[in-house]
Design a protein around this ligand. Sequence first.
Ligand code: NAP
Length: 309
Amino acid sequence: MRSLRLASLDKTHWKELVLAAELLDGKKTALAIRAEIKDDAAALKESQGITPLLLAILVGEDPASMVYVRNKERACTKAGIASRVERIPGTTTEDELLAMIQSANEDASVNGILVQLPLPDHISEKRVLDAIHPLKDVDAFHPENVGLMMQGRPRFLPCTPHGVMQILHRYNIPVSGKHVVVVGRSEIVGKPLAAMLVQRESSLGKDAVNATVTICHSRTNDLAAITNSADVLVAAVGRANFITADMVKPGCVVVDVGINRVDDKLVGDVEFDTVREKASHITPVPGGVGPLTIAMLLRNTLTAAELQR
Ligand code: NAP
């Protein structure tokens, strides 16, 4: 149901009807997905005696990373998934971290391995992520899993893009045939999301894919002209309030992936208050894509346990 706001303009009681976008509630959607995962985890335990285990490795003491890992730990517990966190100093060498991953790869009790990013500068993220066994790669960053996803036969789906797909699907927003503009081409959000949207088939149905996708980045010419042609606009830029109302077509569905800290407050990449008056649907920050990312990580951990069974 779209919310309506009536504003009196003058003494003649002219009223302007302002349509505000429907909120795509990531918190509520994530709770529903987590409840499904909890049921599936209970069924796995019942039928096979297996409780999936997620190992999170946190290098150093980045405050945001510490919060993310704690949230993931809590979410696991609530879903009936076991978790273990290895907190290691920021001075850990790359070889030490690789040895730790190797031992987790060989440990049959560990189903999923997550290395919290970013890593300290002296450690190569690529080398570390490539070292995770593809069957335990619950972030879906390993080249083998990226390749399978690109070919439309995914083993695991990357968590944040999958969260975006889920929220659109669960709010009955089809993307098939629509122009979806993704601003951002990172390996963890923009690029995989574009690859997922353009597939022919998906477990979510054909309407959830088959989009016509444009990927934009810092070298895109006339970005506003492109975003203004979007039926669905996804912002994954990492700049507070970057997408403004003049960049959005009326009735557009706006998904804000950005998480930026401004004056100790979390804000997205979209100027929420102005854009919501033009969009038909919009995700808030916080409470939008963020909670879904964690839910999809739990789903991958469960899938990993099933695959390794
Ligand atoms: P990233 O690796 O820094 O990528 C940012 C992308 O934005 C790059 O492709 C960059 O283009 C593009 N960009 C930068 N300035 C631009 C401009 N002026 N015009 C057009 N494009 C521009 O970031 P990321 O890892 O994808 O993350 C993006 C945001 O999402 C961040 O705020 C991050 O915190 C957030 N995030 C949220 C979640 C979640 O769970 N909700 C998960 C992951 C990330 P170039 O490639 O040309 O540099």
